[in-house]
Design a protein around this ligand. Structure first.
Ligand code: NAP
Length: 266
């Protein structure tokens, strides 16, 4: 479905980004695997890409620094010549931004904003310059965080993702005439990702909550689930969908926060 296409996925050394890279490779796309500090994980992902019969390169950048994003795109241009699919997925480690409104430092706030809204603006502009007509730009968001206020220490990241989702709509209009689509995919809680870095007790609470019914499909997502959705949005068949924030969460976003799952599910 994607043979001849070339993709750059930020934060694809591990977690959801890795799942996206592997699914795009399954569909025949060449992939630029991006990492921040974990080169070994990026090389392992590239080895998995090659096992799937595709190929790619490894690139490094701190996405909070626009000049490093530009350098990353220069490497991709030298290796690939063009970018058909750009996925903005990287997100700093949780301690870099996780503080409630009264305590979040301005540095933490900037880290959240720079890594999402600004990095997406800079990355998308670089990508558009290398992108043939009909390309795909995809932001990975967490729309629960951008439209709710309960998880207080998420204020920085939630606000940054909200800005990124807004930018998706503006960019979608800007490049529509070229047949380039710009969308955001919003996964629910996902295994083999940042979740697995939380204390075991917190992981168990989250898993149980979703298996109990908060996710109607009764399980957490996987990086492969999200990767398949990105592959779908990268396909020719998705050419008429643009400017949307799409939940890929097994139905979790359909649940009513005012009523316990047992009552809602009957
Ligand atoms: N996990 C979930 O349940 C969930 C749910 C909804 C949405 N999301 C979204 O999905 C995306 C991926 O989340 P994840 O949990 O899979 O992430 P993760 O496992 O924590 O991986 C983070 C990735 O981002 C890279 N990274 C970290 N700091 C960076 C920086 N300053 N500059 C550039 N890259 C940096 C890391 O590179 P290194 O390996 O080199 O450190 C790694 O590849 C995020 O945008 C997140 O908001 C996640």
């Amino acid at each position: 479905m994607l043979s001849g296409k070339q993709a750059l996925i930020t934060g694809s050394s591990r977690g959801i980004g890795r799942g996206i890279a592997l699914k795009l490779a399954d569909e025949g796309a060449k992939t630029a695997i991006h990492y921040y500090r974990n080169e070994r994980a990026a090389q392992e992902t590239l080895a998995e890409v090659r096992k799937r019969g595709s190929d790619g390169i490894v690139v490094q950048a701190d996405v909070t620094r626009p000049e490093e994003i530009a350098r990353m795109f220069r490497s991709v241009r030298e290796a690939f010549g063009k970018v058909d699919i750009f996925v903005s997925n990287a997100r700093p480690e949780v301690p870099a931004f996780f503080q409630p409104p009264a305590e979040i430092t301005l540095e933490q706030w900037d880290t959240a904003m720079d890594s999402q809204a600004k990095a997406f603006l800079v990355g998308a502009r670089e990508a558009i310059a290398l992108m043939p007509d009909g390309g795909r730009i995809i932001a990975i968001t967490y729309a629960e965080g951008s439209r709710t206020g309960g998880l207080q220490p998420w204020v920085g990241m939630g606000s940054a993702k909200a800005a990124m989702e807004s930018l998706v709509r503006y960019l979608a209009v800007a490049v529509a005439q070229r047949g380039i689509t710009v969308n955001a995919i919003s996964p629910g809680w996902t295994e083999d990702s940042v979740l697995n870095t939380l204390p075991t007790a917190a992981q168990d609470l989250i898993r149980n909550w979703h298996q109990r019914g908060w996710t109607p499909m009764r399980r957490l997502g996987t990086p492969g689930d999200v990767g398949d959705v990105v592959a779908l949005f990268s396909s020719h068949q998705a050419r008429w969908i643009t400017g949307q924030v799409v939940y890929a969460d097994g139905g979790a976003s359909l649940m009513n926060a005012g009523v316990p799952p047992e009552i809602q599910l009957g």
